[in-house]
Design a protein around this ligand. Structure first.
Ligand SMILES: NC(=O)c1ccc[n+]([C@@H]2O[C@H](COP(=O)([O-])OP(=O)(O)OC[C@H]3O[C@@H](n4cnc5c(N)ncnc54)[C@H](OP(=O)(O)O)[C@@H]3O)[C@@H](O)[C@H]2O)c1
Length: 340
């Protein structure tokens, strides 16, 4: 038997017109589910549903408005389209950046409605259908809020932390109905638009991701597919962090050290290529030197590296750290260097 099949199931996916939601809708449809692609920008929902249908998969499109009426309508559209509902995937979300002193009440309210309140509105609307056969609720949360913090994102972080509270409590309440409630917490997933996905900013961010690259929508979508599957039937009230390890380092200094150690390893490898005997001698010296040099160099470099990173020059922090260590500058580990 193939695992993670969803044949005969009906899924409603919000925010499905692009990004993570489009990837999730695609993977669910490929797994055999009939998918209602719900998106605020209806044209994107139509385009994806048409593309999936052209591949012989089951998909239809509808709009999505993040208020109580809009959530009820999306659920009603799923039932009208397919006659049942098994998988509720609330993925629509976003962060209109605003520092606390510039955050107006309207932005706060819209952010809470989209990311948090819609969980309640969608679940309430979907409950009668989900209770009929049991089902799955999967919500796209974030590491921002539940685990870590971002500047100008207190409203978004509070909403996503609230999402995790919703997941745990809804899981408890709905367990008797054989409905599981879980979530994914993405780290930085690059988009085709947006401030953080600009090439220079993205390159700078990737230096702080241990696996060396930004996430792809599919990295999140496959975790969502798993949580939506029968195979995840004994998991509820949980979230899976999918972040390339970016929330693991205790501080930025950990990653600065990692760059310096990678540099020392690269130097040793280059010397090995130049001659085994010479490499043996140099490698031993490098190992001995690196420990002492790394600490001192990192201490010396952090000020300059942080300043360089702040000025927005890609690779500047790494070069500053390398220069202070006396090592030749080399590119930091970016672009999927470590992605298995
Ligand atoms: N990308 C990341 O790094 C990251 C990290 C952590 C969590 N997340 C979460 O992942 C989810 C998907 O994000 P993404 O990265 O795929 O971003 P995206 O490409 O910007 O997609 C966002 C989706 O949400 C919809 N949406 C945004 N504002 C809306 C509103 N006011 N009303 C209704 N729909 C709205 C968008 O609809 P339109 O197409 O009509 O704009 C779009 O479908 C979100 O919940 C986000 O918070 C993302």
């Amino acid at each position: 038997m193939n695992p993670f099949r969803l044949d005969g199931k009906v899924a409603l996916v919000t925010g499905a017109g692009r990004g993570i939601g489009a990837a999730a809708a695609t993977r669910l449809a490929e797994a055999g589910a009939a998918v209602l692609v719900a998106n605020r920008t209806r044209a994107d929902a139509d385009a994806l549903a048409d593309a999936l249908a052209a591949r012989g998969l089951q998909a239809r499109a509808t709009g999505f408005t993040a208020d109580e009426a809009g959530c009820g309508q999306a659920v009603a559209d799923a039932l009208a389209a397919y006659g049942r509902l098994d998988l509720l995937i609330h993925n629509a979300g976003g962060c209109p950046w605003a520092r606390l002193d510039e955050l107006d009440s309207d932005t706060l309210e819209r952010t809470l409605a989209l990311n948090l309140k819609s969980c309640f509105w969608l679940t309430r609307a979907a409950l009668p259908a989900l209770k009929a056969r049991g089902g799955r609720i999967v919500v796209t949360s974030s590491v921002t809020g539940p685990r870590v913090a971002m500047l100008a994102a207190a409203h978004y972080a509070a909403a996503k932390a609230g999402v995790n509270g919703f997941i745990r409590t809804a899981a408890l309440e709905l367990a008797p109905h054989r409905i599981t409630v879980n979530g994914v917490e993405p780290g930085f997933v690059a988009k085709d638009r947006g401030r953080l996905s600009q090439p220079a900013t993205r390159a700078r961010l990737e230096r702080y991701i241990p696996l060396g690259a930004a996430g792809r929508p599919d990295d999140i979508a496959y975790a969502m597919l798993f949580l939506a599957s029968d195979e995840a039937g004994w998991i509820t009230g949980q979230t899976i962090v999918v972040d390339g390890g970016m929330t693991l380092p205790e501080s930025g200094q950990v990653m600065e050290d990692a760059w310096l150690q990678a540099q020392a390893a690269a130097d040793a490898a280059a010397r090995t290529a130049g001659g085994a005997d010479e490499a043996a001698a140099t490698g031993a010296a490098t190992v001995a030197a690196t420990g002492a040099a790394t600490d001192a160099a990192t201490d010396a470099a952090i000020g300059g590296a942080v300043a360089a990173a702040a000025d927005g020059a890609p690779g500047a922090a790494h070069r500053a750290a390398a220069a202070a260590s006396g090592a030749p500058a080399a590119p930091p580990p970016t672009g999927g260097a470590h992605r298995p």
